[in-house]
Design a protein around this ligand. Structure first.
Ligand code: FVH
Length: 295
């Protein structure tokens, strides 16, 4: 892209992620302006030639594209609301982690005020920004995504999920949820062997390859989830209940917590109690998809 076609970009928020984003965009040749509530956080960027705006209005006025990377939805709304007039006609790319509902609300607010809105979710740590391993998910303004795709791809792989602004964060939080549950499961296992003095390093050296081997089962689980047919010729929920109950009993015997495994027991028990004990383990999906309504 020639110099004259490099879109000026403003980045609001210079935490670890905002700094990585601003630095990468600047290195990509875009005139870059930054603003942060605490001004000192811009020093390293300013030393490289990034412009520091005196206030948020001046920051927004500098660019047609405004990347927002703040702590949470509250800080986003608190920062953007007073800027509504100056933001009109510009593209806001909000990569702050928010819920789908919050993304939809901010999008509705933006569209109502003539602001183009693209919600983004970052599947990367700050060190990964700008590398092929970084993946960013987007939803909202299709025009904004298409027009600025090259800019967005400076940060990492860019994938658009649709005009519903909540979708990027829905995928983001679904993926993060899978990750946290996996780490919690490994922590459960590590605590069990630690009760006999086994180092976590020794345990994870076994847990990693074990989890890796089990990953090949995921597409089969997905087939069950998508079809809603959980009939199986192999391990039934009754079988898995016995296994998971045994894990919980062993954890108690070893004097460690059962919170993680208890969550799995709850999911199984609901399906078994409903008469589905002969179905496969994947049926726990139904316990999650149709939770018991609060009393
Ligand atoms: N860091 C990471 O690994 C993850 C990866 C996945 C996505 N996240 C999300 O990115 C958002 C920003 O994360 P961060 O790592 O940059 O976070 P911090 O270093 O804590 O910086 C927070 C910035 O937000 C500013 N801020 C906080 N509250 C307010 C407010 N009320 N008004 C205006 N700005 C606010 C803060 O400013 P200051 O404290 O320096 O003045 C920082 O600029 C986040 O959603 C992650 O979930 C990152």
């Amino acid at each position: 892209m020639s110099e004259q076609h490099r879109t000026p970009v403003t980045v609001l928020g210079l935490g670890a992620m905002g700094r990585a984003i601003a630095d990468t965009i600047h290195r990509g040749g875009h005139p870059t302006t930054v603003w942060n509530r605490t001004a000192g956080r811009a020093d390293s960027l300013v030393a490289k030639g990034v412009a520091l705006a005196a206030d948020p209005v001046a920051a927004v006025e500098a660019s047609p594209v405004v990347v927002v990377c703040l702590l949470d939805d509250e800080s986003v709304r608190g920062t953007l609301t007073p800027l509504v007039d100056v933001l009109a006609g510009r593209l806001v790319v909000n990569v702050t982690t928010v819920t789908p509902k919050q993304a939809r609300q901010t999008s509705a607010w933006a569209v109502e005020h003539g602001i183009h809105y693209l919600d983004g979710a970052i599947m990367a740590t700050p060190e990964m920004i700008g590398l092929p391993v970084a993946s960013l998910l987007y939803s909202g303004s299709r025009e904004g995504f298409d027009t600025h795709r090259e800019l967005l791809e400076l940060l990492g792989g860019a994938r658009w999920f649709g005009t519903d602004a909540g979708l990027a964060s829905l995928y983001d939080l679904a993926l993060l949820g899978s990750m946290y549950s996996m780490f919690a499961g490994v922590a459960q296992g590590a605590a069990m062997v630690a009760s006999e003095g086994v180092a976590a390093a020794e345990f994870v050296a076994m847990a990693g390859p074990w989890i890796d081997a089990m990953l090949s089962a995921l597409p089969y689980h997905a087939e069950y989830y998508d079809s809603g047919d959980y009939t199986t010729e192999v391990q039934s929920l009754d079988f898995n209940k016995a296994a998971v109950d045994t894990i919980a009993e062993a954890a108690r015997d070893q004097g460690v917590g059962t919170d993680v495994v208890a969550a799995v027991q709850t999911l199984i028990d609901r399906q078994v109690a409903a008469g589905h004990g002969k179905d496969g383990f994947a049926r726990i999906f139904e316990s999650i998809r149709r939770p018991i309504p609060p009393a």
